[in-house]
Design a binder for this molecule. Sequence first.
Ligand code: IPM
Ligand code: MG
Length: 364
Amino acid sequence: MKTYRIATIPGDGIGKEVVPAGAQVLEALAKTTKSFAFEFENFDWGGDYYRKHGVMMPADGLDAIRDKDAILFGSAGDPDIPDHITLWGLRLKICQGFDQYANVRPTRILPGIDGPLKRCKPEDLNWVIVRENSEGEYSGVGGRVHQGHPLEAATDVSILTRAGVERIMRFAFRLAQSRPRKLLTVITKSNAQRHAMVMWDEIALEVSKEFPDVKWDKELVDASTARMINRPATLDTIVATNLHADILSDLAAALAGSLGIAPTGNIDPERRFPSMFEPIHGSAFDIMGKGLANPVGTFWSVVMLLEHLGEVDAAKRVMQAVEAVTADKSLHTGDLGGTATTAQVTAAVCAFIERAAVPAANAA
Ligand code: IPM
Ligand code: MG
């Protein structure tokens, strides 16, 4: 039997509620099979750790999780600590430290969920956004001088490298190729940004030649927001720079019904380091500690984690359980207009996984 070693990092706010729920679902899944088990190690990094130690995670923190098979992350963000410190001190430190350069964000309208678009049928919206996760607008390069003086100046330099763009384009084309429609939209802004985005477009064209069976097009980022709303069915796989995809993925999640549902994977496709899976929602301080957080974003992230481990069948079983639960409106949390609690949704998903496994166990 294979034992997968999983690092759990709940982080801040509702991350502390949804990550244990995600671990609970993995435990329930493990009980239904003899082929794998999980060994969890929890790390209390985040805002509270910062208050005690002055840093979001220890200096040698990456070494503690380097050998894990995957990381399940909650969220980073604290009302009393500047957002750029919580972000750069923990989540980006892991993403960049482990070169998780492909951020993958699937979006679908799950059963039982009402999206806000009145003309969009559930089957019209089935996207995966691939976010460049290592450079671009999040390069961290820039500076600030003459603070407080009239001639104060500040820069955030967006850097794109040929190596960085080639690898994310290749990843996106390959992902598009693996999906039934074999359709990729490359998001750009090369009309206004005439250096790096022009290189981005050129590299997209070069890489496309390696994937003759993938149909692809280019869309300006501003136009793509209108297209997502007016013609959602014309999109399938989407690749964009770090910031463009950050913005588009919030829009995508909202169009699919709620930010509380959306998952993401920070992937090192070369598997040199563990990849990290997390719900896309933030720490949500307004509802933290009340047991009201929607754990579905974490459960879907768990599905991505299982797929990454190669446990495709198990991933399908968890997704079926999640969809059975979203289909039942009495199990909707507040973000979906319901009154269910995190614990109720979690128990329902675990129960479904256990129930669904019984016939298979009998057959074996
Ligand atoms: C996301 C989030 C983060 C980001 C925030 C928390 C800094 O919005 O994962 O999309 O911008 O990367
Ligand atoms: Mg975002």
